[in-house]
Design a protein around this ligand. Structure first.
Ligand code: PLP
Length: 505
């Protein structure tokens, strides 16, 4: 199972008398070219190709004339018309290819990821369909196929890290500054400040707006525990709020119900990548004079009424944990804000309270973003928009394909929100969620639980005295929600397989 074939542009330089086409092999293809093939001298009714490769990757482009390329594999059937436009097709392994409709004088160039190996070819179409059927049936559907993303971007990631190593700057520096500028642009905020991880980003955001001992901060009972821990680490007390059953976030009503005389801030979480109703939350926060800190650890690039999550409150914390919507190659995070003074204070806290070496204005901490992570994040950031689009397409495939399954409830996201679909949660309330998870696992389909034990019932928060029954929607969610595989690198066929197997439960 692998990604779909796709068109990739290369460079074309006009020189007046003609031009130069430049394929920087590894950069454009993501692999080192081990072999170059040429096709030439074809006539109009020739058909070339007629084979597939089990593991070879190829980049194919046309330097003269025109050709039609038809590809068939696990992600479906694709037809491309290649011309002398400077773009070529990146063909993953496992695709049957046919080249036909050659214009006179056509020259096609093929870069291949491996040296010639006859054992890697499948030359018989019947053998290919058998191979594909076996491979797509037997192969498991991983929850997150991170290896595919890293194989796809290995060249860019390695080069990004190499640049940092060559620069000799391992704390701060241009890689961090560049990522901060690009990430602020994505979030439509005045500033982004790189941070060591998502938890630290939330802690620093809370501290920077003045949250500390004696304050209550409203957080959802249904979230990853970091949302609550961030509050506790500042010395303030988390006060939990229940969630909306359709969008899984806190609402104006549940926020209102959680407010105490000591409430100083609220931290809505755009859980599973689905934006919270920021108008409602913003209204209640303003009415009660609460600081507003968004937890955007799961919703990079998601929008509410056309505005990007992470731009609504006083500040917002992001995580770039490797499996998040935008993930680093280790721990990393960021805080965004529209307030330049607040950004300055956040930088100060993250860097030992120091602007000038050995001069410490406040008792800060060390939670800076590592430049190697910043460089890797820059390389990935260029793909975030298309990844999120792919998440959207796959989520819609689930929504359509699972609609006839009458014993489960699908997410219902209002039209005013564009989720980042970090997680695709289904609610299994008319059958056993755990038996379904076991059934899928037996058939090679990995799922996850987000989250099996609500935060207010965790031993870590026993001292706050919450009892079962305090937050009915959150507690039902912990028993009913099942997270299905959804990642930009899943193929359509894999999602269809999940739909098919699940429908047969
Ligand atoms: C992942 C996550 C965090 C914490 O991020 P780390 O980078 O792992 O520290 C915080 N909040 C939510 C909702 C998360 O999913």
């Amino acid at each position: 199972m692998s990604a779909a074939p796709r068109l990739i542009s290369y460079q074309s330089i006009e020189t007046g008398g003609g031009g130069i086409g430049v394929v920087e092999a590894s950069h454009h293809t993501g692999f080192d070219a081990k072999r170059i093939y040429f096709l030439h001298g074809m006539s109009g009714d020739d058909v070339r190709g007629n084979h597939a490769h089990k593991s070879l990757r190829q980049f194919i482009f046309c330097v003269a004339g025109q050709v039609r390329v038809t590809l068939e594999g696990s992600a479906g059937r694709f037809v491309f018309d290649l011309t002398t436009e400077p773009s070529g097709i990146l063909i993953p392994p496992g695709y049957w290819r046919e080249l036909d409709c050659f214009a006179p004088g056509t020259v096609v160039v093929v870069l291949a990821s491996e040296e010639y190996d006859e054992a890697d070819y499948i030359r018989d179409y019947g053998a290919f369909t058998d191979w594909l059927a076996t491979n797509s049936k037997l192969s498991a559907v991983p929850y997150i196929p991170l290896d595919r993303q890293h194989r796809d971007l290995s060249f860019q990631l390695e080069r990004a890290m190499e640049d940092v190593i060559k620069s000799g700057i391992f704390v701060g520096g241009p890689a961090v500054a560049r990522f901060e500028a690009e990430f602020a642009r994505l979030c439509e905020t005045a500033q982004a400040v790189g941070c060591s991880n998502g938890l630290d980003a939330l802690v620093v955001a809370l501290e920077a707006v003045g949250i500390g001992p004696g304050h209550d901060v409203v957080v959802p009972a249904n979230s990853f525990i970091a949302s609550a821990l961030a509050v506790s680490i500042t010395g303030a007390t988390p006060v939990f709020a229940d969630i909306d059953p359709d969008t899984y976030g806190i609402t104006a009503e549940t926020l209102e119900a959680a407010i105490t005389p000591r409430s100083a801030a609220v931290m809505p979480v755009h859980l599973y990548g689905i934006p919270v109703d920021m108008d409602g939350i913003g209204r209640v926060a303003a009415a009660h004079g609460l600081k507003l800190i968004e937890d955007v650890a799961q919703a990079h690039g998601a929008t509410f009424r056309g505005r990007t999550c992470g731009s609504f409150g006083d500040a917002a914390g992001f995580s770039f944990y490797p499996t998040k919507v935008l993930g680093a190659l280790g721990d990393a995070g960021a805080v965004t804000t529209n307030d330049p003074q607040l950004a300055e204070r956040i930088r100060l806290i993250c860097n030992y309270g120091s602007r000038k070496k050995y001069h410490h204005e406040i008792a800060g901490r060390n939670c800076r973003l590592d430049p190697i992570q910043a460089a890797a994040l820059c390389a990935k950031l260029a793909h975030l928009a298309s990844w999120n689009e792919r998440r959207h397409t796959l989520a819609n495939r689930y929504l359509k394909g699972l609609a006839p399954v009458n014993w489960l409830t699908l997410p219902r996201v209002p039209d005013d929100r564009v989720p980042a679909w970090h997680v695709f949660p289904i609610r299994v309330n008319l059958r056993s969620r755990d038996e379904l998870a076991y059934y899928l696992a037996q058939r090679g389909i990995q799922t996850n639980l987000h989250y099996p034990l609500p935060i207010h019932l965790q031993p870590a928060y026993a001292h706050l005295g919450y009892k079962p029954g305090a937050f009915p929607v959150t507690e039902a969610s912990s028993r009913e929600l099942l997270s299905l595989p959804l990642d930009p690198y899943h193929t359509d066929a894999e999602i269809d397989r999940v739909i098919e197997v699940l429908s047969g439960f």
